[in-house]
Ligand binder design. Structure first.
Ligand SMILES: Cc1cc2nc3c(=O)[nH]c(=O)nc-3n(C[C@H](O)[C@H](O)[C@H](O)COP(=O)(O)OP(=O)(O)OC[C@H]3O[C@@H](n4cnc5c(N)ncnc54)[C@H](O)[C@@H]3O)c2cc1C
Length: 468
């Protein structure tokens, strides 16, 4: 049916290209297709995403630590749409047989929508670039009680939570036990996200205490990273992982290696190590894995064990002409290693270029031999591990410390979209060099009502500490 529909549709003079997702992969396809077809009236390009911006994830931990202002790492999708239409909506379903996508969006106030509307988009070419979600491995209590570090909302909520916790700890001078658990921060996951997050938050917490919370002692603070193996940053390189461990330990981070977090409550974390240790804490940050959304996992096409859609090296979804999948939701095999390419921004961007080339080639009616293969050798990997320290492997060279940190900043600043955002981030970094951390906590009642500790509970819930 899909093949028949594709052949029917290929007779139409106007070609409809629908791109799902405004992440690194989706935006790259969009840019390349617009460049090629900017004055071609027979090509309609539509981008759909639930976010109306491109989020520059490598700088997300710096937003959570307040070093970079929230809006400086997001770029409006509409600023990329020179020809394309953009719809901010949720992709509800993809009908691969009838070659159409269903979208939903709310009407009215964002926090209390009055109504929901549904729309259908037909396509001749479809690019699925819907990224991934946090994977809690079916541990619902951990999901309920943890913070995550995947979206800009996550970074805002986490920063507010940490400042709020410091305020609470400062007030609880007499209750040593409560204060200790308030000042214990647990990050789970020793990959890129976990290591960068723990580095940024550790610096932020300690600097804020030194500058503003004079009644909190550094000896009361615990920032802990829990990881399942004995190596950090396994994607980068073993010696560099060791360097990161040493450097973070020197900055005060504690490590619990070869352990899994298996349960959590609002004020504790349980580990699977000896004696099933329980860590009393009010902050659990989960960075231990990603998985594609249910929408992707349920699509009737081939998936890998992790529910990602399997694509061939032309990034085509097997058995569905004109449908491409890329980025974190795709499983594409590296022909040199036989393993899937890792889910990183650098791969998503390169895949975006190849998918665009293949769509252009198909629209032009070029033969199979003109199709481009995705064959990319990772140029390098870099991670920032706190202020003025990083690790990097670049073209076979291994670097760590200040040089790696400087390269990280130079590279990612260069890749941040638009001159305006680059200047803003440079300004944030410069101001961070010469000023104290900013601990102003602006509460967003629509997303953080539970954080308002000035809302008095009923007296029966109040636990009192009489002041002397
Ligand atoms: C904190 C952090 C740091 C990172 N650091 C690095 C790094 O230093 N280097 C690196 O290479 N990679 C890094 N990564 C990984 C990188 O961000 C991802 O690999 C990359 O974003 C994948 O791109 P993508 O386009 O596939 O997905 P994404 O960028 O996640 O984009 C997915 C898009 O789909 C949209 N979407 C999803 N579901 C729906 C739906 N149902 N309806 C509508 N829209 C939907 C989302 O809103 C989003 O716009 C980091 C990731 C994180 C979280």
């Amino acid at each position: 049916m899909s093949q028949l529909k594709f052949e029917e549709d290929s007779l139409r003079s106007t070609k409809r290209i629908v791109i799902l997702g405004s992440g690194f992969a989706g935006i790259e396809v969009l840019k390349k297709l617009q460049k090629k077809f900017h004055s071609n009236k027979n090509i309609e390009i539509t981008l759909v995403s639930k976010d109306n911006f491109l989020l520059f994830t490598p700088m997300l931990p710096e937003v959570a630590s307040g070093m970079i202002e929230t809006r400086h790492i997001v770029t409006p999708v509409r600023s990329f749409c020179k020809k394309a239409k953009f719809y901010e909506a949720n992709v509800e379903s993809i009908d691969l047989d009838n070659r159409q996508v269903t979208l939903t969006h709310s009407i009215g106030r964002q926090s209390q929508p009055n109504d929901w509307r549904e729309h259908t988009l037909k396509y001749d070419y479809l690019v699925i670039a819907l990224g991934s979600e946090n994977n809690f491995f079916n541990m619902s209590d951990i999901q309920k009680h943890s913070f995550t570090m995947k979206s800009i909302g996550d970074a805002i909520i986490l920063r507010n939570h940490i400042i709020n916790i410091l305020e609470q700890a400062s007030l609880e001078e007499d209750n040593k036990e409560l204060r200790k658990s308030l000042l214990t921060f647990v990050v789970v996951g020793g990959g890129f996200n976990g290591v960068e997050t723990v580095g940024a938050l550790n610096d932020f917490i300690r600097e804020s205490i030194i500058c503003y919370y004079k009644n909190i002692y550094m000896t009361e603070v615990r920032v802990i990273l829990v990881h399942t193996t004995d190596k950090l940053l396994e994607q980068i390189d073993e010696p560099l992982g060791k360097f990161a461990l040493k450097k973070l330990k020197a900055s005060g981070v504690e490590f619990i290696m070869n352990s899994h977090v298996i349960d959590a409550t609002a004020n504790s974390v349980k580990l699977d190590n000896v004696n099933n240790a329980i860590i009393p804490c009010y902050t659990l940050i989960w960075t231990a894995g990603v998985t594609p959304s249910k929408l992707i996992a349920d699509l009737p096409c081939e998936h890998d064990k992790g529910h990602r859609i399997v694509a061939n090296n032309y990034l085509e979804v097997l058995g569905h002409n004109g449908v491409y999948v890329l980025g974190d939701c795709a499983c594409i095999t590296d022909p040199h290693t036989g393993k899937p390419y890792p889910p990183t921004a650098q791969h998503a961007i390169r895949q975006g270029k190849v998918a665009a080339k293949n769509i252009i080639s198909s629209i032009k009616g070029e033969g199979e031999n003109k199709k481009a293969k995705f064959d990319y050798k990772t140029k390098g990997m870099m991670a920032e591990i706190g202020k003025r320290a990083g690790v990097a492997t670049i073209l076979g060279f291994k670097l760590h410390g200040f040089v790696a940190w400087w390269l990280w900043r130079t590279y990612y600043l260069g890749n941040l979209p638009t001159i305006k955002k680059k200047l803003k981030v440079m300004g944030d970094w410069t101001s961070d060099l010469i000023s104290k951390p900013d601990v102003a906590m602006i509460k967003r009642p629509d997303i953080e009502s539970s954080f308002d500790n000035t809302q008095k509970p009923s007296t029966s819930n109040l636990k009192r500490t009489e002041s002397q």
